[in-house]
Design a protein around this ligand. Structure first.
Ligand code: C2E
Ligand code: MG
Ligand code: MG
Ligand code: MG
Length: 273
């Protein structure tokens, strides 16, 4: 095994793998200075309330404007930021920035922020949320925190206690990417989410696979009876939208409605819609 002999490790790597490791190492090093150098920005993607036909809020999505690499997607750097622990100060920056932006919007719609499981480990995420709300003077009811099943997989008792504490602050809690992990139904029983975001994978298959439609219908019915709302992610076609409307989905989000936009584009969008 490569592990047994540290000096022999390089023999086991293909050149392509070597390049991937170099890139990763570069990203890791650059991430360390990116926050101080203000290379991060938030993009905002609206979600539409289907019954009111109105924008109900915007999800904050992190963007890294790397001086050489250009815009780096969160899929490429969030996992590294999680491993190095940088996600904690970075996630705090996202929360503060998102609340500050939302406080300036012309209508009191919601702002959604994605939280990493790592942010729950320190046990102080509630203090960070309180500080961000207070600093921006934002009504807690306007803040929605998106968590994934990964959050509930770790130390579930402490995590559930923290989720309840957050909910008592008046913020909303959403389950993101629903249906992609496992034991999803158990989680719905363990915690009263305000909203379930149906993963893009199901939405993409809506028009082509009858089982996807059946699943979406079942999830909206279940959510409804549990007093939770639903948001379909990744809506790209009118056909998908029609299916989601018929299935009784509460909100939709996706390129069909709008791609994520720069912070400055939010206010004009709210004034028009
Ligand atoms: P997510 O929270 O599930 O966000 C949805 C992703 O789907 C976003 O990608 C969005 O741009 C993309 N998307 C939206 N509509 C469509 C569509 O119609 N079609 C397709 N193909 N894609 C669509 P993005 O911005 O690259 O973010 C990817 C993931 O990175 C997010 O998934 C979230 O898990 C994570 N992420 C983003 N911002 C943050 C953050 O501030 N903190 C943490 N911890 N994670 C974040
Ligand atoms: Mg999300
Ligand atoms: Mg999602
Ligand atoms: Mg996703």
């Amino acid at each position: 095994r490569a592990k047994a002999d540290g000096r022999g490790i390089s023999r086991f790597f293909e050149p392509a793998m070597d390049a991937a490791i170099q890139t990763r190492r570069g990203v890791e090093l650059d991430l360390g200075t990116a926050l101080a150098q203000e290379q991060f920005a938030l993009a905002f993607q609206p979600f539409l309330d289907l019954s009111a036909n109105r924008i109900a809020g915007f999800e904050a999505l992190l963007r890294w404007h790397h001086p050489v690499r250009g815009v780096v997607s969160p899929a490429a750097f969030v996992p590294i930021a999680e491993e190095t622990g940088l996600i904690v100060p970075l996630g705090e920056w996202v929360l503060r920035q998102a609340c500050r932006e939302a406080a300036r919007w012309p209508h009191a719609v919601r702002v959604s922020v994605n939280l990493s499981p790592v942010q729950f480990r320190g046990g102080a995420i509630d203090a960070t949320v309180i500080a961000a709300l207070r600093e921006a003077d934002l009504d807690p009811r306007r803040l929605e925190l998106e968590i994934t099943e990964g959050v509930l997989l770790q130390d579930s008792e402490a995590t559930l206690a923290m989720l309840h504490r957050l909910k008592r602050l008046g913020v909303r809690i959403a389950m993101d990417d629903f249906g992609t992990g496992y034991s999803s139904l158990g989680y719905l029983r363990a915690f009263p989410f305000d909203k379930i975001k149906i993963d893009r994978a199901f939405v993409a298959d809506l028009a082509v696979r009858p089982d996807a439609l059946a699943i979406v219908r079942a999830v909206t019915t279940l959510a409804d009876s549990l007093g939770m709302s639903t948001t379909a992610e990744g809506v790209e076609t009118e056909e998908q939208l029609a299916h989601l409307r018929a299935a009784g989905c509460t909100e939709v989000q996706g390129y069909l409605i709008s791609r994520p936009v720069a912070a400055g584009a939010v206010a004009p969008m709210l004034r028009c819609g």
